[in-house]
Write a protein that binds this ligand. Structure first.
Ligand code: PDD
Length: 288
């Protein structure tokens, strides 16, 4: 008997179950899930799982694709169709496939809802007899921002917070009040003494490719560069600010938290660095 999965209203063989590669669950980890045990063909403690699911959906502002009772019916139907006596039911709801890869919440996307059942011996467990060994590790959820991983949910929420505040980008701030980086860009400021500052590379930020090229171009222009942390207050008081990324190249920042940066218009150095970057990008043979 083939295993039966559920995808957006259809029950079909697991091997045929598919979602779009543009699904935000795949691209951004922009989704939620639950796992419930099945013992004796019955879902265990499922009300708790479904109420946590409702909370998770609410927190992420994802509309439930079905009423919660109907989700429970889908789970029960999977148990029945898979003749599952003992095992797990997994369900996942994502913000859906929007047709693009914009970080902010899409307006028209329908959430994706998938579920499948897995046979597993839960009751008869040899580990329950022997006990298990544990290793302690640093809690790094998610502290390795230097890895360009697809676990982008925090950045999605950051970008949406910016959009909700009529801004185009969010600069994320660490516990000590220092800017780490943009939700999908590198953050730069130009101090009043014309020093170009961006946070030093570490596990706290993604080492931007555009940043590196822009820093070389800036050095060639004779600007002083400093790789160091800068506080939100220092950013408010900067002469100029800009962000860099592959998708936006160099973009002047004109306000932060509603406070104008410099004159409140794109700064001269920011505009120059954008022009130099574009010139360099169009002439790939030119040395950095
Ligand atoms: N993001 N920091 C973060 C968190 C980023 O996601 C990005 C890029 C950057 C800039 O890196 P680069 O200059 O190499 O593009 C910094 C891409 C554009 C994205 O996810 O769409």
């Amino acid at each position: 008997m083939p295993e039966i999965a559920y995808v957006n209203g259809a029950y079909l063989p697991l091997a045929e179950a598919r979602v779009s590669i543009l699904d935000r669950g795949f691209l951004f980890a922009d989704g939620v899930y639950e796992v419930a045990a099945v013992i004796g063909g019955r879902l265990i403690d499922n009300e708790a799982h479904l109420s946590r699911l409702e909370k998770s959906l609410r927190e992420l502002r994802i509309e439930s694709p079905l009423p919660i009772q109907t989700i429970a019916d889908v789970e029960a139907e999977l148990v029945a169709r898979n003749e599952l006596n003992e095992g797990l039911v997994y369900l996942q709801i994502t913000r859906g496939a929007a047709g693009d890869r914009d970080f902010g919440f899409p307006s028209g996307a329908t959430p994706t809802f998938i579920a499948f059942a897995t046979k597993k011996n839960i009751l008869a467990s040899s580990a329950a007899e022997t006990g298990v060994k544990v290793l302690t590790v640093p809690d790094m959820r998610w502290a390795r921002r230097d890895i360009k991983a697809v676990a982008l949910l925090a950045q999605v929420l950051a970008k949406q917070a910016a959009l909700d505040a009529d801004c185009q980008e969010a600069w994320m701030v660490d516990d000590d009040g220092y800017v780490t980086e943009g939700s999908s860009s590198t953050a730069f400021i130009l101090t009043k003494s014309d020093t170009l500052v961006t946070r030093q590379n570490s596990t706290a930020i993604l080492p931007g490719c555009t940043r590196k090229a822009v820093q070389s171009l800036a050095a060639r222009e004779g600007l002083t560069l400093e790789d160091r942390s800068f506080s939100v207050t220092e950013a408010y008081e900067a002469k100029e600010a800009f962000l860099t990324s592959a998708s936006n190249l160099v973009l002047p920042v004109v306000s932060i938290d509603g406070r104008p940066i410099g004159s409140g218009a794109p700064g001269a150095r920011s505009r120059l660095l954008r022009a130099l970057y574009i010139e360099w990008a169009m002439n790939p043979g030119a040395a950095r």
